[in-house]
Ligand binder design. Sequence first.
Ligand code: IMP
Length: 424
Amino acid sequence: MPATVVVGAQWGDEGKGKIANLLAQEADVVVRYQGGNNAGHTIVIGEETFALSLIPSGVIYPNVTPVIGNGCVVDPAVLLKEMEMLRSRGIDTSHLKLSTNAHLIMPYHRKLDAVRERYLGKQQIGTTKRGIGPAYLDKFARVGIRVQDLYDPGIFRDKLEAVVKETNKVLVKIYNQLAFDPEEIAVEYLGYAERLSAYVADTALFVWEAIRAGKNVIFEGAQGVMLDIDHGTYPFVTSSNPTSGGALTGVGVGPRDIDRVLGLTKAYVSRVGTGPFPTELSDDIGETMVRVGGEYGTVTGRRRRCGWLDSVALRYAVRVGGITELALMKLDVLSEFDTVRIATAYLSEGTTYPEFPRQQGVLYHCTPIYEDHPGWAVDISAVRNWDDLPATARTYVERVEQLAGVPIRLISVGPQRSATFEKP
Ligand code: IMP
């Protein structure tokens, strides 16, 4: 049975929820390995749409045990609300497992996220303001509070008091904000502890045993390789590792436990927040991509920036993301155009960059070198197999595959789970 990592190969929003959900039909375990409620996974099943930000999308199947791994940061109020929403729509959440080692997003993390962004002014990252960065910052500064701390109230209060004391100095003296009362936070969070206790587990052991027992395990990533803290367009990134390496540390398994890494790429590129984006289009074509592709964030509702597919960045994502195969998403959106373009290199100050440049400044000033392909200009949203795609669309897909360097296994032409087919 395969252990599959599902990774975004761009700047997030590639449709990981949809694909993880598709794979989850046959899965036993779906485990989120990084990020928190900055992610937005939209799942469309029949007439129903589910918007999830934290709980793995496999939750809707009774055959799946959904797991939130240690690499995630968890806002307990959001988690409880999401569970409540699912329960009210008839989805059983009783089998959810939450890692004892996941870090908690605290109220002061959300506050710091917002005020730091304001403070950065023109340099701001455009975060989701969910407290993600500050929660990871505390984790690495070793002053974070983990899920397991909730079950040792003495230790929890000690840690909280120490970190709030320091954080309050920063909030009050640097950012001119009100101080937090640690006791108020303690009461709130110990309340969550009670409500979450049934779900807290040694998830690393659980996933390890599932793999050993030959179960089908999906590792569901959030965001994408280009938002990876190490390999993305730093500092315009998220504060965790969406790459497949992050799946190992974020769950607690080894590289040999993974059989395949499925990378997701749209047939074009979108990005929210600030940061370099070589193929960005600020013309009618970009506008059409936003409109037809419905390119507004699930979490924050922000309009996404759009542009042509960038095979330089895609090849890079395949390499550093450990991607072994691809799913090509939203191919139907390109039906709008008579000509479809793919960037195959960047040109900057007389130098051609066929590979992702090591100096990030190049991304801001370069001109993409495009390859033009004839479009298909017919609606393909009802197509359900490879042979029924127009020849021009098949040529385009095969060219993307060639440029990416790994096979495209799946093609998606619409939001419904059924609007996906395999490429032979
Ligand atoms: P943060 O993850 O909230 O700290 O935001 C850091 C950057 O990652 C910002 O540019 C966000 O817009 C972006 N980001 C975070 N989560 C997602 C996501 O799920 N999809 C797309 N972009 C995201």
